[in-house]
Design a protein around this ligand. Structure first.
Ligand SMILES: [Zn+2]
Length: 68
């Protein structure tokens, strides 16, 4: 349940490693601000996403108020 996840902002100065973004399968380079998503029931499954990819994915999944 992605609704049941904590989303944390990672500031550029906090990003010290490269991660693969599950939204676009590209690297998030060190020094790039992004978000970290931590499922409340499975904190080990935290994933790092580009900010834009996360919000796009949320819109697709939940069909929220934002059109298009
Ligand atoms: Zn991405």
């Amino acid at each position: 349940m992605l609704n049941d996840a904590a989303v944390h902002s990672v500031q550029p100065y906090q990003a010290r490693k490269a991660y693969v973004c599950p939204g676009c399968d590209s690297w998030i380079e060190p020094g790039v601000g992004h978000v970290v998503v931590v499922p409340r029931l499975a904190p080990d499954l935290r994933r790092h996403w580009h900010r834009g990819c996360w919000f796009k994915d949320q819109r697709r999944r939940h069909g929220s108020a934002v059109p298009g």
